[in-house]
Write a protein that binds this ligand. Sequence first.
Ligand code: PHE
Length: 335
Amino acid sequence: MMEGYEKAAADAEERLAAAADLDAVAAIERELLGRRSKFTEAKRRLSDLDPGERAAAGRRLNAAREQMEAAVAAARARLTASGRADRYAAERLDLTERLPQTAPLRRGHFHPVTQARDRLEDVFVGMGYTVAEGPEVESAWYNFEALNIPDWHPARGSFDTIFVNLGEPEEVMLRSHTSPVQIRIMENRKPPIYVVAPGRTFRADTADATHLPAFNQIEGLAVDRNITMGDLAGTIDEFVRALFGREVKSRLRPSYFPFTEPSAEFDISRPDGSWLELGGCGMVHPNVLSNCGIDPEEWQGFAFGFGIDRLAVMRHEIDDIREFVNNDVRFLSQF
Ligand code: PHE
């Protein structure tokens, strides 16, 4: 005759197959194998049996326990797998979904400053230059010293440098211009060198219609034999025309930068006949060449640098440079 627990074990599989969730499985398991189950009761009664009968009864108990445990494990596995499948189905993101098409999809495009930067790179690549980049966080050596601006030099003050709280005071900074890339290039390459280096630059300026504290510059550097100021003027003229058209002229005005000698600022002509200042330039100072291990007796060079954002403002006749960072799609989508 079958004991009560053996009957329960025989029915276990069928009952568990009907269990709807893991809680139901746990309840059935408690009923089959828990402290108040027929199984546990039978196990307790083992000690009342004669030693001779005990072994056979123990084997029957074990067989029933294994049967019930296997049925519970199978039910758990079934519900866990289907539970996961249900959850996945509920959480599914349909990335192919589209709103009903009332108008053609609108595509984005590059930011006008990125467009200006790309265009500038293309123009210079067309003139035989390569494109380089440098870090946005610089040491005083690259941002100033190697550029012939020692710490006592008044020009340091004019840069409104944003220092980084690292190392010695005023040793580490957000670069205030792209000119440190000149140094990094000359340290690593032998002339002849023809490189442009666009990138972000930073100054402790309050944003207004013509200034941003984080802005973009492009640096140009040419180092070769017999380079003159005439080559510099011709290069600037060439890229201004390539960018703005044949009718736009450029001019150089004497100026001062510690890292160029002679130095100039360059302007471009506007349709109304006035001039607009675009950037600085000059012949690379012999001290700067020496600082990079290049013999100034053998090599000469010119360098220039100017603001890309300013150029984009000009190109699109925008009256507030801050529009570039407000990121209002209605504004940006015009370009
Ligand atoms: N670095 C200068 C500036 O930011 C511009 C410049 C670059 C001038 C190269 C001369 C040569 O004002």
